[in-house]
Design a protein around this ligand. Structure first.
Ligand SMILES: Nc1ncnc2c1ncn2[C@@H]1O[C@H](COP(=O)(O)OP(=O)(O)OP(=O)(O)O)[C@@H](O)[C@H]1O
Length: 582
């Protein structure tokens, strides 16, 4: 019932068109029912040697019926199929909008391939049901009611005999519905797995090539596809049994009609015309009977698909007050972290464990530590990619989760560990953060991140297309484009999560100086594995196992016999060795 409500919701805007199409469909069916009746009249007139003009008159009626039927058929095709396509677009738009509001927790739980399958295969199944499915249901209901009414009108007793096999139809019907529903669910889930696998393999094609895994993947894909064929065959077998069984039942009914109805014609209980019309209506019933199977198929597919789409539409961002409305927030950049503990949804271990830290607006802090220490996790909590417990993170004295996520993110420049570029030009990738940025502003940022020498080598400069996910630029270029994108909005808080890992120490140092002089008063948080950077910031925080191990200015930490001094000394030694070996 829940799904019917969803269907109705999407049908509402097109109710007029659907009504028009329904009227046209009813007209087609009614005229279809009138035709055997006209033939009955003609047959009953024949023994009385009717006048030529009377026969002509009936021929005229039949011609008119054919004309009206043709026009009405055009009407329902146009007005019932049209809205189903429009509804498909509406659901797709709604789905896309919703995808953009969902947070990382959601995407962590769902595979992109599965989501793609829901937005394409499942959506198509919904459209087929809303268009063709509803049309066939309506058609079948009208034909069944119309035929039975006329058959009862012609001869109620004969109709009762014809209805004798009805219990067999009911048993067949309900057994079939249950069996088909289970099969559909399984087929659609399998289709999602197939789409996911194609998507994942295409994205990871370089890894597959590098590790020569093509054959293994082809075998895995083949197994998945064969499983899909088996599932579809099992469904086809169900249909193979159901439809012929129904036709067989109709055959029994036809046999009863011939036997009992034939005797009634001989007795003179009914006219020959009525007998012919009765048979015509019985035969007309075989189409809706066969269509039942088809409709159940479309209905089950449509409902299963709608359930899968609804699952996404029902999902909500887990952020407290996610609030995607356009709201402004005035942000200075003072961060206060108290007893911050955080675990990921699918991982009970604490990624952060009791962090206490105050960061004054406009200062710069470097976060260092072993792999998996929690550095990136801490960075992700600041733009509210995930929500920490309320009260553990304050920005300018306000709980972070009280600041609408979109308003907050407008003031944060965030460069992730693995920056993502869209398959458009470098210019568009930079301007993504501030579409209204002028060419001069973009060029200034390009200079700031030291990208100008690279651009000179690209024939189209800033208008070079970077390819999907930035495949046609190097790792270091990708990082600097992402950095320019973060800087162009002149953020109050700048987060650089290992954003210089593909750059050499000299370039890194130049860029950092440029950033300092181009944006002032910005709170800058830098995650890095290179301690050369630590000398250039106000403070260093050393993380280990989700906890703060040490913190303070570089000089102070160097005076202690702690982790920082040990790592720094090792790295300095390694660097000296490198220089010596060059
Ligand atoms: N999306 C995630 N889901 C579940 N656990 C995660 C997720 N991301 C990170 N973790 C876990 O949280 C812990 C902290 O990870 P985090 O990425 O913050 O470390 P890091 O200090 O940034 O490491 P690195 O220097 O390698 O980038 C790790 O144990 C990691 O396995």
């Amino acid at each position: 019932m829940e799904h019917v409500r969803t269907f109705i919701h999407y049908m509402k805007p097109y109710r007029r068109e659907i009504l028009l199409g329904t009227v046209a469909l009813l007209l087609t069916d009614l005229v279809g029912l009138v035709i055997p009746w006209l033939i009955k009249q003609v047959i009953d007139l024949l023994p009385n040697d009717p006048a030529q003009s009377v026969l002509m008159q009936y021929a005229g009626w039949l011609l008119l019926a054919a004309l009206v039927q043709g026009l009405a058929r055009y009407g329902w095709r146009r007005h019932l199929f049209g809205p189903s396509r429009k509804m498909e677009v509406d659901i797709f738009n709604h789905l896309f909008q919703h995808f953009l509001t969902l947070d990382r927790r959601f995407y962590q739980k769902h595979e992109i391939g599965d989501l793609m399958s829901r937005a394409t295969n499942d959506l198509r199944a919904v459209k087929d049901f809303l268009g063709l499915g509803l049309l066939v249901v309506l058609d079948a209901v009208v034909v069944i009611i119309g035929c039975f009414s006329l058959m009862i009108y012609i001869n109620p007793k004969l109709t009762l005999y014809v209805l004798m096999p009805l219990p067999i139809i009911s048993v067949l019907f309900f057994t079939f519905i249950r069996a088909i529903s289970i099969r559909h669910q399984s087929i659609q889930e399998n289709l999602s797995r197939i789409t996911s696998m194609v998507q994942e393999n295409l994205v990871g094609i370089r890894v597959l090539h590098a590790f020569v895994q093509e054959k293994n993947e082809i075998r895995r894909f083949d197994r998945l596809n064969r499983d899909h064929i088996d599932k579809n065959m099992s469904l086809a077998k169900m249909f193979g049994l159901f439809t012929p069984s129904l036709v067989f039942v109709i055959g029994i009914a036809a046999m009863i009609t011939l036997w009992i109805g034939g005797k009634q014609v001989i007795d003179g209980t009914i006219t020959l015309g009525s007998f012919v019309a009765f048979n015509s209506y019985l035969m007309m019933l075989s189409w809706p009977m066969m269509a039942i199977g088809y409709v159940i198929n479309l209905w089950q597919k449509g409902v299963t698909a709608m359930r899968r789409i609804q699952h996404i539409l029902d999902a909500q961002s887990s952020l407290i007050k996610a609030d995607t409305e356009e709201r402004e927030a005035d942000i200075r950049g003072d961060l206060e972290i108290t007893g911050l503990t955080f675990s990921y949804p699918n991982n009970e271990a604490k990624a952060l464990d009791g962090i206490d830290l105050n960061i004054e607006a406009g200062t710069s802090v470097a976060f260092i530590g072993m792999i998996g220490a929690g550095k990136s996790t801490l960075m992700q909590l600041i733009p509210r990619m995930y929500d920490a417990l309320p009260g553990s993170l304050l920005l300018d004295g306000k709980p972070l989760c009280d600041i609408p996520a979109t308003a907050l993110r407008r003031h944060i420049g965030y460069v992730e560990q693995e920056p993502f570029l869209f398959s458009t030009t470098i210019r568009n990738n930079i301007a993504l953060a501030r579409p209204e940025a002028t060419d001069e502003e973009i060029e200034a940022m390009v200079r700031c991140v030291h990208l100008t020498p690279d651009l000179e080598r690209f024939p189209q400069g800033l208008d070079t297309v970077v390819g999907e996910r930035g495949v046609s630029v190097s790792g270091g270029q990708k990082q600097r484009i992402a950095l320019a994108r973060a800087l162009i909005r002149k953020p109050r808080i700048l987060i650089l999560d290992d954003a210089f890992s593909s750059l050499d120490v000299e370039t890194e140092s130049i860029i950092l100086k440029n950033i300092r002089s181009s944006i002032t008063g910005t709170t800058t948080l830098i995650v890095t594995h290179r301690l050369s950077l630590a000398r250039q910031v106000d403070r260093v925080v050393v993380l280990g196992d989700g906890k703060i191990l040490e913190e303070g200015a570089h000089e102070r930490l160097m005076q202690q016999d702690g982790v920082y001094r040990r790592i720094y000394t090792n790295q300095a030694l390694a660097r000296e060795m490198e220089i010596l070996l060059q």
